[in-house]
Design a protein around this ligand. Structure first.
Ligand SMILES: CC(C)=CCC/C(C)=C/CC/C(C)=C/CC/C(C)=C/COP(=O)(O)OP(=O)(O)O
Ligand SMILES: O=P(O)(O)OC[C@@H](O)CO
Ligand SMILES: [Mg+2]
Length: 228
């Protein structure tokens, strides 16, 4: 199946470390979101990633796994594997080190792999702490990272990540202006139609995660309506 990921305007990020009931899964899968991304940073294993995949696969939505490390990579029953490299960290493990470890074994289905250039901007997020991201960079520096990711490394996705807090739309706008070819993702604190409508002005694809768990599917529906 040729997954048209470049056309997605709204995706929902589900955390294998968190629980959803069958009914919630059904409502999320039929909300109008374009795809489900199975992803998290803490306590993610092949087991809980596969369990979540089994819960959602019957709804026929495109399924993406976004692993936090080689240990949580799952290809079975998945359309695409989004693999991050964090641009604004000094710790090379999160740019290419983990990736080299992963490539030591030959089981990678490379034509399912879509690389993401992550720019992490929330210091209080698990991903910010785990990767040692420098979240104090200016909008101009974030835009410069985005330009290098797009024009030099040719990443297909640039991802502005505020996971757990609502970000600065000005910075997302500056980043969008620095990109010509990559698809721009924004994720972080989208928990209303207004926030979704604001970020969808600058990002090609918006990501809703925590709000699904904290505020429920009604809020998710609001964010879907805001981008359609
Ligand atoms: C080499 C391979 C296969 C994987 C490594 C890929 C890398 C470098 C990952 C870095 C960390 C990262 C960007 C993980 C993606 C998943 C993500 C951002 C989850 C959300 O993070 P949290 O901060 O935990 O959000 P919650 O607190 O809401 O769960
Ligand atoms: O959980 P939220 O804050 O919606 O962020 C979504 C996604 O960017 C997390 O990786
Ligand atoms: Mg998490």
């Amino acid at each position: 199946m040729h997954t048209k990921w470049k056309t997605w305007a709204h995706v929902t990020k589900l955390d294998p470390d968190k629980h959803l009931t069958e009914d919630e899964i059904a409502e999320i899968a039929t909300s109008g979101t374009d795809a489900l991304i199975l992803s998290g940073t803490l306590n993610i294993t092949q087991e809980n990633m596969s369990e979540l995949r089994d819960q959602v696969k019957e709804y026929g939505l495109p399924l993406v796994v976004e692993p936090a490390g080689p240990e949580s990579v799952v290809f079975e029953g998945i359309d695409l594997l989004y693999v991050a490299s964090v641009m604004n960290t000094q710790d090379a493990r999160w740019i290419v080190g983990k990736h080299r470890e992963w490539a030591m074994n030959p089981s990678i289905v490379w034509d399912k792999v879509i690389p993401e250039a992550y720019i992490v901007l929330n210091p209080n997020s698990a991903v910010g702490r785990v990767t040692g991201a420098d979240c104090s960079i200016s909008g101009q520096e974030a835009a410069a990272y985005a330009s290098v990711a797009d024009h030099y490394f040719k990443f297909p996705i640039v991802y502005v990540e505020y996971s757990g807090m609502y970000g600065n739309p000005e910075i997302v706008r500056e980043v969008s202006k620095a990109i010509d070819n990559a698809v721009l993702y924004y994720g972080g604190g989208i928990d209303s139609g207004e926030k979704a409508a604001e970020m969808t002005k600058y990002a090609d694809t918006i990501v809703v995660g925590n709000a699904v768990y904290d505020k429920g599917v009604k809020t998710l529906l609001e964010t879907v309506q805001a981008v359609s």
